[in-house]
Design a protein around this ligand. Structure first.
Ligand code: SAM
Ligand code: SF4
Length: 401
């Protein structure tokens, strides 16, 4: 080792890698992945994510500035969080988003820097993003049919999204992952078209199970998850041990509840509609295997919770994100930072730790490091959807999906 570096370390002038205390939660999971929502606004209104009109959005003053986001990401990285994803809402509607991508892309120690987008305004930004250090991109695409696109996303056009995908490919933001939320009565009959796409294109199509985020009372009055599970195709992969406490340290008062009862009829899918639309990963996989034969397991870069496979002869892959019917919580490695500065330990449980107030009241970096550690202590072992414990406080666009 370079002697100069050794002596600087001995003097405490540079940090030794050994001095970084990684974030490890109460269930021995290393937390190294931060999803950063840069806005809760969006130019689409996907039926499962936002109401068509009157979506609640934070005021500009409540949204973290680029400087605040950069500082928090820097602190997270010093705690060993080396995988960063920008998301939203739609991250690309945030003014000057390319500047933020460049600021984060310049941080030393990132191992994976990615972004999730609906791609509708991606085309001119893909190359600047790649040059600014973004590694890859996930694009949401629920249908390949223009008229359905208008029904599901309710704003924007399929053609613009396809142009965005092409631009991402040309810019080398690969592998490109296409996220498709499968819903009965909406797009489940396109599963084979998406699988076929992977024969010709090197895309990783990931079929996502519909999640009961922002649960509102359905017309049948049911709010619990029981009938959700009953309606979904039963899966032998689904098994969950009983009586595990929801939070490792549930008595800690630092976790802010985001629960609020919804009062108005929403044009977002409600509980009843979601239960009807739910399609399990197993059902999707069976559909694909009936057409194309048994799927071969495949390796995909930075695959997170997806299990991926290749259709025989395919350039790309098909993957399944089965957060409802399969136990993905056991390997969960992430925290979410909302656009209004709340750190959320679990997508599926209403509870957040406020970083914005201390950030704006003179907290030091080590104060904020402590808040990251506290949030990790609040990380539940798993979601408890089957016990009726669905997140109802905020929609996916507010949480950072
Ligand atoms: N606007 C960007 C986009 O759509 O890619 C990023 C944010 S969006 C909230 C992130 C992902 O969450 C999208 O892939 C979307 O399909 C998914 N999502 C939103 N609501 C969902 C729900 N209720 N169930 C499953 N996935 C959902
Ligand atoms: Fe917007 Fe993404 Fe939500 Fe669709 S899923 S409404 S694109 S934030």
């Amino acid at each position: 080792m370079d002697k100069g570096i050794l002596s600087l370390r001995a003097l405490g002038l540079i940090e030794s890698p050994a001095s970084i205390m990684p974030l490890i939660d109460s269930f021995n999971r290393t937390i190294d992945y931060l999803r950063v929502s840069v806005t809760d606004r969006c130019n689409f209104r996907c039926v499962y994510c936002m109401p068509e009109e009157g979506a609640e959005v934070a005021t500009k003053a409540d949204i973290l500035t680029f400087e605040e986001i950069e500082r928090l990401v820097g602190i997270a990285m010093r705690l060993g969080m080396s995988k960063i994803r920008l998301t939203g809402g739609e991250p690309l509607v945030r003014k000057d988003i390319a500047l933020l991508v460049a600021r984060i892309g310049a941080l030393h120690g990132l191992t994976d820097f990615s972004l999730t987008t609906n791609a509708s305004i991606l085309a001119p930004l893909a190359l600047p993003f790649a040059r600014a250090g973004l590694n890859r991109i996930n694009i949401s695409l629920d249908t390949l049919r223009p008229e359905r696109f208008s029904r599901i996303a309710r704003r924007g056009e399929l053609q613009a999204v396809l142009q965005g995908i092409e631009a991402a490919k040309l810019a080398g933001l690969t592998p490109i992952k296409l996220n498709c939320v499968v819903m009965r009565g909406w797009n489940e009959d396109e599963v084979l078209d998406f699988a076929r796409l992977t024969l010709m294109q090197p895309f990783d199509v990931r079929f996502i199970e519909l999640m009961p985020i922002n649960w509102s009372k359905g017309e049948d009055g049911g709010q619990g998850m029981d009938s959700f599970f009953a309606l979904s195709a039963p899966s032998d992969e689904y098994q969950r041990p009983g009586s595990i406490p929801l939070y490792a340290k549930s008595e800690l008062a630092s976790l802010r509840s985001t629960f609020h009862e919804k009062s108005v009829a929403s044009t977002q899918l409600d509980a009843t509609a979601m239960r009807k639309a739910f399609v399990s990963s197993r059902e999707i996989r069976e559909q694909i295997e009936q057409e194309f034969g048994v799927l071969e397991p495949a390796e995909v870069v930075a695959n997170g919770p997806a299990r991926s496979y290749r259709v025989n002869g395919g350039l790309g892959t098909v993957g399944f994100i089965s957060q409802i019917t399969n136990d993905m919580c056991l390997t969960c490695n992430r925290l979410r930072l909302t656009a209004d500065g709340q750190l959320r330990p679990c997508l599926m449980a209403d509870g957040e730790v406020d970083l914005r107030t201390p950030l704006r009241s003179g907290a030091t970096d080590s104060d904020i490091e402590e808040l990251f550690r506290m949030t990790v202590l609040h990380k539940p072992k798993e979601h408890r959807l089957e016990d009726g414990s669905a997140p109802v406080g905020r929609s996916m666009s507010q949480l950072g999906g």
